[in-house]
Structures are given as C-alpha cells and as structure tokens.
Design a protein around this ligand. Structure first.
Ligand code: PLP
Length: 423
C-alpha cells in the first residue's frame, strides 16, 4: 500500500488511522494560533474549539494567570523533579498540598506524572504493590469496564475496555478482566467468579466519556460501599471528569465514601503543560510507609512534579476555586444542554447527555440506529467546515468545550452545529 502522506510530513499521529488525515483534510487546517476559546488555522480560518484541544484546554488560550505563573516559574526554577526525594522543587510541595486539600478525605497523597495513561497504570500497579507488601499476594486481578477508556500505555491499554486496542497492542497479562455491561451486579458477579481474595481493585470512569457518550456511571456510590466491604480498592479515573469539567472539582467529592485512589490529568494544568496525578488514600500510603517497607513504590519518571506543570496547576486551582467559577460551569452546562435539546428534529440529532462542560449529542439514523464512527467522523469534518472543532466517536459527537465558554459562544456552538446537521 502506498502512503498518502506527503514525503516531507514527519508527524506520526497517535491513535489515528494511518492515512485518513490527508484524505480527509487539507494542510491549511494546521492550527497556528489560539485566542480565548477560538483557534485559527494556517489558511486564516477561525474555529470555535468545542473539544478544548484534546479535552484538556479547560480555560481557553488566553488564561493570563496560568501564563504568568509559568513565566515566573521559568525565570526562577525552570526544571526539577520529584522522582527521588532529594531536592523536590518547593512549588511541587506547595501544589501537592493544595491539590490534596481539595480532594475528599482521606485522599491526601499525590503522585505526579505527565499523562493520564501513566497514572492509571501507576494506580493499578500501586494497588497490586500494596497487596504484595501487606501479605495479600493473591490479590492481583483488576476489574475494569468494557468500553471504558484509561489510556494506551501497555498496562493502560489492557485496562481500557476497547477490544480493538487489545487486539493490536496490549500485552494482556491475564489479570485484567472487564465486565461487559457497566452494572454493579456484573462487577460483583465477576468478583465472585475470580474469587474475592484474588481481586485487588476495580477501576472505573465516573462518566463513560470516550466510548458511549457523557453517560454517568449510576452505581458508583454503591460500588465504593460494596468494594469497601470486600476490601477491594476502588480507583476512580477522573482524567476527563476532574479539574472542574463536570462543574465540581471531581465527581468523587460527591460520594458519601471516598474511593481509594483518584486519577487526574487533562484539565489539571488546563492543557498548558503535560500534567497528571494519582491521589492516594492515607491507609494505602501509611501501609507502605511502615518501616519494613521502606523500599518505596517502584514507579516514577524524570519529569514528575516538573516546576512548570506545578506552577500551571497552582494557577489553575486559583481559577477553579474563585468564587462562583464552578457554579457558573454548571449553569452554562445546563444552558448548553437546553440549546442542544432544541436541535431535536434536525437531521441526525439524537439525545443530549452529560453535565457541566462534558456533553454528548447522540447521532442517529431515521430508523433510530446510531451513526457509525466513520459517519460521525465525516460529520466532524462538516462541523469543521462550519467553523466548529469537535471530537468524534461511534454514535455520538463528544462536546467538550472550555469551561470558560460564554453564553454567546454556547449560541455560536449550537448555530454552527445546526448548520452542519442541515448540510
Ligand atoms: N483516562 C481517561 C478517562 C481518559 O479520557 C484519558 C484520555 O482521554 C486517559 C485516561 C488517558 O490520558 P492520556 O491521554 O493523558 O494518556
């Protein structure tokens, strides 16, 4: 097969069909600048960015507090690490404390990384490491959800519940099992089948964002209770939902009982630096901090706790914690849902799901069957032609605009979407 890529095009796009890019797009679409919640391409066309870069640019391109904090950090201590404990940058110590204080107790210990994939892997490994070190070596199985998305590192790919990814790339080690339907009885049945004394953790997204639209996991609260009763760790993957995306700092904070670990990423730095974090409950940390276990969790990378990410993260927390900011995200979300619901009757428009700035518009044929991923991708290109950037997925259009979307931009988003549907 001959490549359709021009010979001088050197970017290899991750998680993308190898050749579709140049079949579907024109190089004029390369983005050259961003301002507020809009971006401009090489041909001078302006788009409303309803995907927030890759769901992470939560405060738009013009967030001065974040830019200024990063510039100040560049001029004081531009690099550093918390891998190994010898000389942690003070900004990492400060940021970890601020972040931990915003998490539901007893989630108090922050392991920094750069990507969501890296941190979901760290969570699963930490759960197993904890068992190994506390005399429960048989607890090795991690249960995840079919259609859940947790990233594409080797273990993260295994945790992700999309079989196509397993087929091509995952070294499934036999210890990751998926429930086919995201229901509590299925999870508990699988725990029984494996044997409760062999299960270490259940990993879930509080909102199944990547695979089936912005659909909330209805049983998260009972999952935590049931798992606690069986001494199974609950790891909540808030890479997408965290940092304000659904109108609260995390979804986990709404639970009566906190999970054992929460994974954060994407919006933590508002997309200004690759930053992710695993926040761990005190009992797990304390068990490993016990003198005989001083070896420490063998997991870390060179740029963990990089000062530029820490400075960005601190500035983002200032914005998210400002009076009324998250309430406004919830309110704008409700307003946008109302406008999107008004698309009913337009060709293809289906149900609207989600909350805050994590929404999804179902796309259906006249007979009610969902559009295929190829059809939605074609529609994404139509949206682009109408000045609107979105992601695409089988059966729905993910809408993940910046949290700073104004009412006028809500109207702009829906007008552009309506025009694309009619086209
Ligand atoms: N977990 C969830 C819920 C995600 O949505 C994503 C990315 O989309 C990841 C994990 C992986 O994060 P990253 O792409 O930063 O590796």
């Amino acid at each position: 097969m001959t490549s359709e890529f021009p010979a001088d095009y050197a970017v290899w796009h991750g998680l993308s069909p190898m050749t579709d890019f140049f079949r579907d797009a024109d190089p004029g679409q390369f983005l050259v600048s961003g301002s507020g919640n809009h971006v401009t391409d090489a041909a001078g066309r302006r788009y409303l960015d309803a995907r927030s870069s890759m769901w992470n640019l939560t405060l738009g391109h013009s967030c001065d507090p974040v830019k200024e904090a990063m510039r100040r950090q560049l001029d004081t201590l531009p690099s550093g690490t918390v891998m190994r404990y010898e000389h942690p940058p003070v900004v990492a110590v400060e940021y970890a404390a601020r972040l931990a204080a915003l998490m539901p107790a007893p989630l108090r210990h922050v392991r920094f990384g750069n990507t969501g994939s890296q941190m979901t892997e760290a969570a699963a490994m930490l759960s197993r490491f904890h068992r190994r070190m506390t005399g429960q070596p048989d607890r090795r199985h991690v249960i995840a959800v079919h259609n859940g998305y947790h990233g594409t590192g080797p273990l993260a790919t295994a945790l992700t519940g999309e079989p196509i990814l397993h087929e091509w790339s995952a070294p499934l080690d036999g210890y990751v099992r998926h429930v086919t339907a995201p229901t509590l009885p299925e999870v508990l049945a699988l725990v029984e089948e494996i044997g409760v004394e062999q299960v270490t953790a259940v990993l879930v997204e509080p909102v199944l964002g990547s695979a089936i639209g912005a659909v909330s996991l209805p049983f998260l609260e009972s999952l935590v209770t049931e798992c606690r009763a069986r001494d199974i760790h609950v790891i909540v993957d808030e890479v997408t939902t965290g940092a304000g995306r659904t109108g609260t700092m995390t979804v986990s904070e709404r639970l009566p009982v906190a999970p054992d670990m929460v994974v954060l990423g994407k919006g933590l730095s508002a997309g200004y630096f690759p930053l992710a974090a695993l926040v761990v409950a005190t009992p797990i940390f304390d068990a490993l901090a016990d003198p005989p276990l001083r070896l420490g969790f063998p997991n870390g990378s060179t740029t963990d706790g990089h000062p530029l990410g820490m400075a960005a993260g601190l500035a983002v927390l200032d914005v998210l914690s400002a009076d009324g900011f998250l309430a406004e995200v919830r309110e704008t979300g409700r307003h946008l849902v109302e406008l999107l619901t008004g698309l009913a009757g337009e060709p293809g428009a289906g149900s609207v799901d989600g909350e805050g700035m994590m929404l999804a518009l179902g796309l259906v044929h006249d007979d009610g069957s969902p559009w295929s991923v190829r059809e939605v991708n074609r529609f994404r290109l139509t949206c682009r032609d109408h000045g609107l950037l979105t992601s695409y997925a089988a059966g729905f259009l993910p809408l993940m605009p910046p949290l700073t979307l104004s009412r006028a931009e809500c109207a702009e988003l829906v007008d552009r979407l309506r025009a694309a549907l009619r086209a």
